[in-house]
Every structure is written in C-alpha cells, then in structure tokens.
Design a protein around this ligand. Structure first.
Ligand code: ATP
Ligand code: MG
Length: 429
C-alpha cells in the first residue's frame, strides 16, 4: 500500500509542455519522468519505475518460460571487441565513445551482440544439451540519436530487453527464432492486449543477418510507417521509397499507418560468432539470433495508443502503476469511523492487491480533485470513501462508492455503491 502524501506525484515542471506526444505530456504531468540532464535523458521517477518494472518482469517471465536465462553485462564495451566485428567504425556518430584514465577506448553500448558472443566464446564449446543457449538482459542502452524526442519514445539512454540465441545450425536457429516470435506475440497481443500490432519483414541494417522482422504499433508521432492491407489486414512492409499500391496476396487496397517500432528480431547466422570465435565442438560457429524489445519505448507507445487526451493516461492493465486507488475522507467524524476505514484498508491489502493499492490520504485536496488525479494516472479502479460511503458505515451496512476508468476514454465511470463482495468482483474483472 502506498500513500499519495508520501509519493512524488504530479509534475515537477511548471511550464506547460508544447508537444504532440500524449505520452510525453502525461508521463511528465503524472510525475513518472523528469528531464534533468539534457535532450533525450530522463530520470524515471518512482511511479514510472513501477510501470517499467512491471513490464520488465512480464517480459522476463515469458522469456524464462522459453528457457532463456537472464544476465547483466557491462554497459561499457571495449573498442577491442567492437573492432573484431568492424562495428566500432560502422556505427557512426550514434555511438557514444569515451576513454578511461589510461586512454583505453570504450563505448556506452547501444546493443550487445559483440559482448555476449565474447562471453559465449569463453564458455565454448557448450555441451549439446545446453543448446539453444538463450541469454538476455534488460539494461540501459545508449545512442546519441540525431533527433531525440517525445520523451521515452526516442531517448538517448533507454531501457532495452535484448536476447541473444546460440544454435547448432540454421534449422534449429529458425525454430528458436519462431519460438521467440511466439513469445513476443504473446507479450504484445495477450499480456499488453494491444489492439493493433504489426509484425513486418524488415531490413537487417547494421545488425546484419538473413531474416529480420520489426514489431510496430500505431503512433501518431509518426516515427515510422507500415503498410497494411485494408481487406485482409496483412501488414506488408515498411513504407519506403518503393511503395506498393495493391496487396500482393489479395489485391486489396493498401493503407499506410503511422507507427513506431517497438521490437526487432534478427536471424543472424555467424556474423558475430565467426569473428569472435564462438564455436561448437566441430569448430563451426554458432548460428545466432538476436532480439530486442524497447521497454521504455513500449511504455510510451502504449500510453499513446490507449489514451485519448492529456487529461487521462491509459495503460494496459498488466502494467498500470497501481491497480486500485482509495480516496480517504477529508476528515473523520468519529474514532469509530476512522477505525472502520482502517479495517477496510487492511482487508483490501491482501492477496493479489497487496502492493497494488494507492491510498490518496491528501486531506488538503477535495475528493473531486483527487479523483481527477487518479483518472489522470490511469488507475483502473478506485474506491471513494466520501460522504456516501461513510453514511452506509453509520447505517451498519457498509457499501463502497466505486469508480473505474476505461481504455480509450478520458472519463471516469461512476459505478455506484457496492457491497464488499461486489466490489471485489468488479476489481477482479
Ligand atoms: P529506430 O529505427 O526507431 O531508431 P532501431 O531500429 O535503431 O530503432 P533497434 O536497434 O532495432 O532500434 O533496437 C531494438 C529496439 O529498441 C527498437 O525496436 C526500439 O523498441 C528500441 N529503441 C531503439 N532506439 C531507441 C531509442 N532511441 N529510444 C527508445 N527506444 C529505442
Ligand atoms: Mg530496429
């Protein structure tokens, strides 16, 4: 249970922000992030941290279910390993480079293919049973983006979940690729329940490899575009200079959807394992895959796609900062009344709601004002212990005033006075 009076809630900035990015506005005004270090660099404040950690754990659990194992690699990568693959020079100005006191060169890693492959080379040859080896981390990545913008949507430091897979040959690597794809689909479509997720075949770019897909979700800040068939809904390709006008599979018309890339998968081959000498017993380099989910970007993109105004942030239920809000009375009329309220809180704070309750105890703010803030924070369910509820306490048959928020709506929906059991049913829905 967290008490609003003790939290960093609400905006730290006073000037209204001029941006078309809803997520940027809402994350700032809800006190989830703060810009304190220059363009594209944000502090993640406690309420924002909760959301990021929930998403991190959700992704962890899906990857662990595949048999992937979590590790943490240094963020500083030596020039030496990045030179082995030629990417020290290839990565251009996006790579942050720095030196230690002795002049040795490092980068703040934008991704970690070289480093993970180096680790696996040290451990090799792996026993047959260890394959496919799947290693992942969730760490800060650094890219000196030309145009960092829209808050967490395009930062210069951001959180990425990066997974690397090592297989014996292409056939088994392809199966691993498909397994990870299934896990990614489950994350976006089932856990986050996003209405539109487009998986499109993509360019491998500087990462390299034979096969690559990007995951996109609609986003009006138009970082990217995908083409979608209006008839069969097939996501086709990323809009580029070569535009197609008809769907190749059903000849339907093509719609162009403004989107943002939230995940990227690559079937790599031996681009890293050969130069870094990560080899199986028969000396053949492992067949690798790599996979990235932009954790902080996904949070921003979810807010953009599920919210309709800067008045009310909306997030998938799986990653809301709190599942239940409770608005306490401005003051108590009697000691009995206070004891009844405390008893209710204690009863609530058990089972799956434990740790998921935000109690707004700020008696200096009106109930209406505090409800508006709950709505803005996107808490999906709230109980108001105002006059209506307290009257039922006095009458000896407690009922609880219940309100909730809905995705793609900025309104608070008043459900009314409910018995404790009905309240619990509504919250669990
Ligand atoms: P973009 O084309 O949007 O710059 P990218 O193709 O360079 O992204 P990848 O190298 O594929 O990015 O990184 C994997 C994932 O990391 C991306 O799908 C995205 O979700 C996330 N990501 C990449 N760059 C950023 C950034 N600057 N800020 C936040 N997330 C990012
Ligand atoms: Mg990409």
């Amino acid at each position: 249970m967290h008490y609003a009076s003790r939290l960093v809630l609400g905006s730290l900035d006073t000037a209204p922000l001029k941006t078309k990015s809803l997520s940027y506005q809402l994350m700032l005004s809800n006190g989830m992030i703060a810009g304190v270090s220059g363009r594209g660099l944000f502090a993640v404040l406690p309420v924002g941290q909760r959301v990021i950690e929930k998403l991190t754990r959700l992704v962890d659990s899906e990857l662990n279910a595949l048999g992937a194992q979590k590790l943490t690699m240094p963020i500083l990568g030596s020039k030496e390993i990045w030179e082995k693959t030629g990417r020290w020079n290839e990565m251009s100005a996006e790579m942050w480079k720095l030196q230690d006191r002795l002049g040795a060169e490092f980068c703040l890693q934008p991704t970690a293919e070289e480093m993970v492959t180096q680790i696996v080379a040290f451990m090799s040859p792996l026993r047959q049973k260890a394959l496919p080896l799947m290693l992942y981390q969730t760490t800060d990545k650094f890219r000196d983006e030309m145009n960092p913008r829209f808050g967490l949507l395009r930062g210069r430091e951001f959180v990425m979940n990066d997974l690397y897979t090592f297989d014996l040959d292409e056939t088994s690597a392809l199966k691993t690729y498909q397994d990870v794809t299934t896990a990614y689909d489950k994350i976006f479509r089932h856990h986050l329940a996003l209405p539109d997720v487009y998986r499109v075949q993509a360019d491998s770019g500087h990462v390299g490899g034979a096969l690559s897909h990007e995951y996109h979700i609609p986003n009006n800040c138009a970082e990217d575009k995908v083409s979608v068939c209006k008839s069969c809904s097939t996501p086709l390709k990323i809009e580029g200079p070569t535009t197609i006008s008809k769907c190749p599979s059903c000849s339907g018309d093509i719609a162009v959807v403004e989107s943002v890339e939230v995940g990227h998968t690559f079937l790599l081959g031996d681009k890293y394992s050969a130069p870094l000498d990560a080899r199986h017993t028969d000396k053949r380099p492992y067949f690798m895959g790599c996979f990235g989910l932009g954790i902080t970007r996904i949070v921003a993109a979810c807010i953009d796609s599920l919210s309709v105004s800067a008045k009310a942030m909306r997030l998938p239920k799986a990653i809301v900062p709190y599942e239940l809000g409770v608005i306490l009375p401005k003051k108590y009329k009697t000691a009995d009344e206070e004891a009844a309220v405390m008893g209710f809180l204690e009863k609530l704070n058990t089972g799956s709601l434990k740790g998921e309750i935000l109690v707004d105890d700020r008696g200096d703010k009106s109930v209406g004002r505090r409800l508006a803030e709950m709505n803005k924070l996107g808490v999906p369910n709230a109980v108001v212990l105002g006059n209506a509820t307290l009257r039922t306490f006095q009458e000896g048959e407690p009922r609880f005033e219940f309100v909730r928020t809905r995705l793609r709506s900025e309104e608070l929906e008043e459900v009314g006075l409910l018995s404790y059991d009905d309240l619990m049913d509504e919250i669990r829905k």
